[in-house]
Design a protein around this ligand. Structure first.
Ligand code: BG6
Length: 484
């Protein structure tokens, strides 16, 4: 039976930048037959043509845009003017749907402070029936307590199985590929753990600054904005045990075990296992870029300095049988020298060296590039061809999907919308996962506060604060060079 989608915040930034383009991409690919209407609820405008004018610039640049698909897509679009907290507005919507209100998908594309009121109004309007799916995304709180509060407000009207919590990193092709790589190939499973892996690095480096979100960012910082969700989800997929099957609950249960096994950062470890950084003025692409504090406080309060981190590096450990003693180094930062997200799995050197005695051998590496390019490479050593004395050389085994196929890959939101429509929660985060992530993050923030840990400066366009390199050097390791 066909679904109806209600986007609350229907002409807001998230809807215009991500949701309509994702749904349009599904239209192009012929995946929207199961959707009969998409309604944008907005407080300010009930004008369909005005909404089309706002969404068109974002859609017309997409692959496959043509008049025919656009006409088909706009036929599905409707607008509703009103307040998301008002049961009467939602009641009118329900009446307009008639019998088909049984298959409703509600996307709360509004700030979390609106979630509670909107969920209550949906319930009062009779729209929170068991088949309704509720889609929400971060920020889901700014600590454990605030998450529990916003979650409780949603749970007053919807059950856990109705709530789809988006972490858009789980919609990325390359992140999903981690599951295939690990659980469809026997060779990785045999060596996946402390016996053969020396350490893991997960990096999300961005060139952008905080863009238009100064107030939000000043409250949140990089640890809460990126590590609590995206980086920890990647850790889960890398470190989880093989689930018994592909049932979403099985996969989420295994991810939860990883989060619960994260070793707490304590007063003993906070100083050498975490680094906070904040970008200062620097040069990017030949242009001078202002520092974070100047951007946020600007000319109005030139003497004010922020201590929020725009960069964070953490030496994490997973205290379980498979991973005990293997550091997972996480780093993410804004205004870095390049945009690159990647995972590096560094294997141990062979136990017994018979080649090149006295010389350092480069151990095997598995490098997974998540963005902007996707790629998987395995680094091996082999004999240099020829009659000369046996010498080793490094070679790369490239497992990357050819670019011609990558062109057809979907944006993360398109994938996630498709999963909501088909009712599969595998790529969505459970409340227990969010709670476990906040528990780990909250105690880092507590330690930062207790010890007055300062954000160390790094120039915009650089590789981050020197202290992050020092953190690696303590362990006699180095960060990998990022491949843009
Ligand atoms: C968002 C963060 O969740 O992810 C942003 O709030 C960040 O600060 C963005 O820029 C990064 O996403 P992506 O897909 O560009 O890596």
């Amino acid at each position: 039976m066909a679904h109806n989608i209600l986007i609350i915040g229907g002409d807001g930034d998230l809807a215009l930048r991500k949701l309509y383009p994702a749904l349009f991409a599904l239209e192009v690919a012929g995946h929207l037959q199961a959707v009969s209407s998409i309604t944008g609820l907005s407080r300010t405008s009930g004008d369909r043509e005005a909404l089309f004018a706002k969404m068109l610039p974002g859609l017309s640049v997409l692959d496959g845009f043509c008049d025919e698909v656009w006409d088909r897509f706009r036929e599905r679009i409707d607008v509703l003017r009103g307040d998301a907290n008002d049961p009467a507005t939602l009641g009118h919507y329900k009446t307009s749907l008639g019998d088909s209100c049984a298959n409703l998908i509600v996307y709360l594309a509004v700030p979390p402070k609106v979630f509670g009121g909107a969920c209550k109004a949906l319930k009062e309007a009779g729209l929170s029936v068991p088949s309704t799916r509720l889609v929400v995304e971060k920020p889901l709180g700014s600590d454990l307590e605030s998450f529990r509060s916003v979650n409780a407000q949603m749970r007053d009207s919807f059950s856990e199985s109705q709530i789809y919590r988006i972490d858009h990193y789980l919609g990325k092709e390359s992140v999903q590929n981690l599951l295939a790589l690990r659980f469809a190939n026997v060779m990785f499973e045999a060596i996946w753990g402390a016996s053969y892996i020396d350490h893991v690095q997960i990096t999300v480096a961005e060139r952008v600054g905080v863009e238009g979100r100064k107030e939000f960012y000043e409250e949140i910082g990089a640890l809460r904005d990126m590590v609590q969700n995206h980086l920890l989800q990647v850790v889960c997929l890398l470190a989880m045990e093989p689930p018994a099957n592909r049932d979403p609950f099985m996969i989420r249960a295994e991810k939860l075990k990883v989060l619960k096994s994260l070793k707490p950062i304590t007063d003993d470890t906070v100083k050498h296992c975490t680094v906070r950084g904040q970008y200062t003025e620097g040069s990017m692409g030949g242009k001078v870029v202002p520092g974070y504090s100047d951007e946020v406080f600007g000319e109005g309060e030139p003497d004010k300095k922020s201590n929020i981190e725009t960069y964070v590096a953490i030496r994490a450990e997973i205290d379980n049988w498979r991973w005990a003693g293997v550091p997972f180094y996480l780093r993410t930062g804004k205004r870095m020298h390049t945009r690159a997200s990647e995972i590096l799995v560094q294997f141990k050197p062979p136990r017994h060296v018979i080649f090149g005695k006295g010389r350092a051998m480069s151990p095997n590496q598995l490098r997974i590039q998540l963005q902007p390019k996707e790629g998987i490479t395995l680094h091996f050593l082999r004999k240099q061809p020829g009659l000369e004395e046996l010498t080793l050389e490094e070679v790369e085994l490239n497992l990357t999907v050819p670019e011609s196929s990558q062109k057809n890959s979907y944006d993360a939101y398109a994938r996630l919308m498709l999963e909501v429509i088909s009712g599969d929660q595998t790529l969505f985060v459970s409340a227990e996962e969010v709670e476990a992530s906040w528990c780990w993050i909250d105690q880092i923030i507590e330690q930062w506060q207790q010890y007055g840990i300062k954000a160390k400066p790094y120039a915009a366009g650089s590789q981050g604060p020197v202290d992050a390199a020092v953190m690696m050097a303590q362990d006699e390791r180095e960060w990998s060079d990022l491949q843009p």
